[in-house]
Ligand binder design. Sequence first.
Ligand SMILES: O=c1ccn([C@H]2C[C@H](O)[C@@H](CO)O2)c(=O)[nH]1
Length: 156
Amino acid sequence: MTGHAGAERDGVDWAALRAQAARAMERAYAPYSGFPVGAAALVDDGRTVVGCNVENASYGLALCAECGLVSALHATGGGRLRAFACVDRAGSALMPCGRCRQLLYEHGGPALLVDTPEGIRTLDALLPQAFGPRDLDPGEPQAGGEPGRGWGPPIP
Ligand SMILES: O=c1ccn([C@H]2C[C@H](O)[C@@H](CO)O2)c(=O)[nH]1
């Protein structure tokens, strides 16, 4: 895929997703870096989850916006991430850091659509030959394979 996304692409309203990421960015707690980040993602059941970065006086403990998003994914019912957008203070697309690409891979797999400054890309292009659940146990579905509701035991 090339070029930057219009409002709709791959059935995703990217403008709306970016707007939700921007709203989450406004709630970031980033007093140390002064670099607020917001993230939003579409889940396979149609809902949207968001996250913002949350820093700490112990600088290395900063939680990226993607961490909050993944926690929100599970806290609100689980599922698989299908499309992801992350923005900076200006509302511009921001690339997820390396650690967060791995986080996203676990919950969206290689086909996850990611909004980048160069256009919509699949996560596979941003994290090639990714390490994933299948590397731990060949019997397990790879991230992005079976759209299960999560890896843990069912919640009663
Ligand atoms: O993908 C990223 C990259 C950076 N940050 C945050 C971490 C830190 O709080 C601030 C500056 O690195 O931006 C994110 O939330 N997500």
